[in-house]
Design a protein around this ligand. Sequence first.
Ligand code: AMP
Length: 538
Amino acid sequence: MKSYVRGPSLPLIEKTVDEVFRGTVAREPGREALISRHQDIRLTWTQLEEQVGRTAAGLWGLGIRPGDRVGMWSSSCAEWFYLQLATARVGAVLVNVNPAYRAHDLRYILECSGMKALFLQEKDDRTDYHEILGEAREGAELSLRHAILLGTSSWDDMIAAGVEPGESPKDPNDVVNIQYTSGTTGKPKGVMLTHRNLLNNAYLVGRAMNWRSADRLCLAVPMYHCFGSVMGSLACVVFGATLLMPSAVFNAAAVLEAIEQERCTTIYGVPTMFIAELEHPEFPRRDMGSLRTGIMAGAPCPVELMKRVVGDMHCSEMTIAYGLTEASPVITQSSTTDSVAVRVSTVGRVMPETEVKIIDRESGETVEVGTQGELCTRGYLVMKGYDKDPEATARAVDSDGWLHSGDLATMREDGYFRITGRLKEMIIRGGENIYPREIEEFLHEHPKIADVYVVGLPDERLGESVLAWVRLHSGETATEEEVRDYCRGRIAHFKIPKYIRFVDEFPMTVTGKVQKFVIRQKEIEMRQLAAVAGTETA
Ligand code: AMP
């Protein structure tokens, strides 16, 4: 039996985000749509519609028109949801920007997305975003016309100058969102996703959890990532469920408090977040009794951790999802009716209207059941392409429409999948994706550094952490702290290497290619990380 499956057929949503949103407002006018606890905002669907209407008018007044790109660079907040729906209403393309980005990262996104407007928070306890934007803009030729600071008069002015927008575009195959990810190689690329991609993925994810409008989601994951803005907010729009933001950035105590006080039924997180919640001193004192289901995803999910979430966190119908941004994102997910044993140890089965095959990387042939290979998927969920990069798109999506994930997986005879490794050179640290090449290129700019290679090391709490092997120019000396200081404020904090080792040479193949797996193996031995490396995951 070959490792190929096609999920069940069912009618997909053939509407735009705005059409689905308006339908939900009409169906559930008085039910709570959004609760942003740190902003003290609680809105029914009717009230959310008012906010979205005003925001859409504001965008139109700024001169935003169908097809224009509009960036959102902020941690979780009510405005994130308003903008997501308002950009869709006016036919603009929302560009998600990671709030952890610093000047170097931000400039890259501003340049390649060609965004016309950027929404950002002014500052928080740790960061002055406005200042970073200033640095990122310095000397760059950008199409950016408007930088709107959330919660300030620039936002109020935009709303005040609102103009009734033109009619909403009606084609579900239009691009509505660009999310940056590196794909299987290289620098971050803009993944172009359509209404049809995103709404249907959101719908199928909620369906797998058996969602109803009475469900209340505690969203611990950030909105900039598809986990937050597709499986989170858009799924709430499709089902009329309540979106609850416990805090601006992840805070385990705030999550636990929100679940108890708001009687949440659903919890989302990457493994690192669940570890922090279960280990928090408040955990035993908080009532988790309202929880029923949820999703763990984004990184390999340890079996033992899943068991604790099902048992100790009262998530008897907890699921695991697997996917990637290019697949809108979810490809496989367990369902609430799967046995606990299957739900904690696999990433579930193929979603409806989705095909999956596992291929041999060398021959491209579909492998036998139980054999490891690269997971590929096809169907409504495959992205429209990488923005302005047809070559990279052709490498990721072949001529038959198969998206190559860069992940290694096995399929069982009963159709359940396990993720067994990664072909692509990506590090996932606490759910944040890191592309070694990007850090290497950045460190190459350091005047003392002659050469550098970055790999991921196993980490008990974060899944993986960043290690850099650095060769300095001859005669130079440097300290680890010096290198980290150079990174601080320039690149996102999660990209800064935790471990740095200064070396004179790198392990090479005979053809002169650096053997990163040897670097990793050596470090695992030297740092005694073998047990962590061997953690069993779904
Ligand atoms: P992103 O595009 O940020 O959603 O990252 C996608 C990548 O995260 C995938 O290609 C996988 O390498 C990894 N990933 C996502 N979900 C899982 C999972 N459940 N188990 C293992 N790895 C996962």
